[in-house]
Design a protein around this ligand. Structure first.
Ligand code: HAM
Length: 425
């Protein structure tokens, strides 16, 4: 919990968690804002569900998944209820759909922290933040296309250029039943290599397919493919999704081994992967259809689809691409006060109320320190209140990136800054 540093212990954030501080948090909020705006344009409303739910809600993600069997933060509360911290966003959203029965199709997006007791490593934390979206109550393949485009266009908007779309179909119930048998027989043929994990293969033959174990990669590569077992109806649906994606400019790559790590998936599954990251660790976000989950939670039949994308992962990809998300400047102006009366209070108040982002220094600091604070603040302009100029009704404005100075009438400073267009987006 704490690491000894002499007389007093210093507390640190728990293993696998991290603090997000300015200026990183500027990019963070910029990413969230852009996602919110894109979701609004696509007709999605924000949904907020509790950070914890009854354990059984998340147990629906599947006994054979790591998320449920190894990584759940579950606990018994003071009222003897078994609860769990949310490991992902879909189960709680479907629980809310079943509970409130909104009009379908229900189109929602979310931003929320998720908790998984994973081995911390690059891009894998015990608390991560996910942006995601779900549409519950439609099986139209055009919804699949819309969902994938909501995600793909978002990456484009924040400046990622090296992400590629990978898709697969898990087929319908008939397809999966047929395929499970074929796959199980295949795993039995390789029981010697699977060892004790053959029990896992029996419980869910698909789970072995998304294993990253190096010694299994050959048998995984040679395993029978679900695509060869798709029913006619499932194949037609998948073709429609692929055609729709191509119609709006995507070039989907089909990966027959993409099965995703949660048990609720049916039909279309997809991931965006970044070529800027190493293979196996390169997923920025993904999702798919889960047409049976509402019924499994005691709700009405409600075919659904969604995706999630981790903000930490996005920032890593952005860093690896050396691109993106130039967050808008945090401040339009920084006020420097040498008068020490109400003038600075009034000016800052007026600028802020007019919609500008403004900060100032406090505590009668020296002029040099104030200008240095202005430079560090990242503001576009420094605005100085100096005695002689102020008496003549002007303030001194410096463009902090170039050093260019202007004398501007105090009475018109707000419009002067606004008209110059301070915050390029
Ligand atoms: P997931 O693939 O488990 O899917 O997670 C989605 C994304 O969340 C990942 O691609 C990654 O960006 C991020 N993520 C997951 N685990 C971690 C972690 N430990 N540390 C950092 N980032 C992480 C889901 O969660 C599904 N609910 C997606 C979905 C929505 N499917 C249908 N609707």
């Amino acid at each position: 919990m704490a690491s000894g540093t002499g007389a007093r212990d210093v507390f640190r954030a728990p293993k696998g968690t991290r603090d997000v501080l300015p200026p990183e948090s500027d990019r963070w909020i910029d990413i969230v804002g852009r996602f919110a705006e894109r979701a609004r344009r696509f007709g999605y409303g924000l949904v907020i569900t509790p950070i914890f739910e009854h354990y059984e809600v998340f147990a629906r993600l599947g006994d054979t998944t790591d998320v449920v069997s190894k990584e759940m933060y579950d606990f018994v509360d003071k009222g003897d209820r078994r609860l769990a911290l949310r490991p992902e966003g879909t189960a709680g959203t479907v629980r809310a759909f079943v509970e409130h029965r909104p009009i379908a199709p229900w189109k929602v997006w979310y931003i929320a922290p998720n908790f998984r007791y994973e081995r911390p490593q690059a891009g894998r934390y015990r608390q991560h933040f996910q942006l995601g979206a779900e549409v519950i109550g439609s099986d139209d393949p055009d919804v699949d296309v819309e969902m994938i485009d909501l995600q793909g266009g978002f990456y484009r908007e924040i400046g990622l250029t090296q992400s590629r779309l990978v898709v697969n179909s898990m087929g319908d119930a008939e397809t999966r039943e047929r395929y499970r048998h074929v796959l199980l027989a295949y795993w039995h043929d390789h029981a010697d290599l699977l060892g004790d994990d053959i029990a896992r293969a029996v419980a869910n033959p698909l789970r072995i397919l998304d294993s990253k174990r190096p010694d299994w990669q050959t048998i995984i590569a040679e395993a029978p493919q679900l695509r060869d077992h798709l029913s006619d109806a499932a194949a037609a649906t998948f073709d429609r999704v692929l055609a729709g994606l191509r119609a709006i400019g995507y070039d989907p790559e089909i990966d027959p081994r993409l099965v995703r790590g949660l048990d609720y998936y049916t039909s279309t599954v997809f991931e965006f992967r970044s070529s800027a990251l190493s293979a196996g660790q390169d997923t920025i976000g993904g999702g798919g259809r889960y047409d049976r989950l509402s019924e499994e939670m005691g709700g009405p039949p409600a075919p659904a689809i969604g995706f999630g994308t981790g903000i930490e992962r996005i920032l890593i990809v952005a860093g690896a691409e050396a691109a993106v998300t130039r967050a808008r400047p945090r401040l339009d102006a920084f006020v420097i006060d040498t008068l020490d009366n109400d003038a600075a209070l009034l000016l800052v108040h007026e600028l802020r109320e007019s919609g500008l982002a403004v900060d100032r220094s406090f505590g009668s600091r020296s002029l040099k320190k104030q200008w240095s604070a202005a430079d560090k603040s990242g503001a576009t302009y420094g605005v100085m209140l100096a005695p002689r100029e102020y008496e003549h009704g002007v303030v001194i404005v410096k463009e902090l990136s170039t050093g260019e100075q202007h004398e501007v009438p105090r009475a018109t400073i707000t419009t002067w800054i606004q008209q110059r267009g301070v915050t390029p987006q």
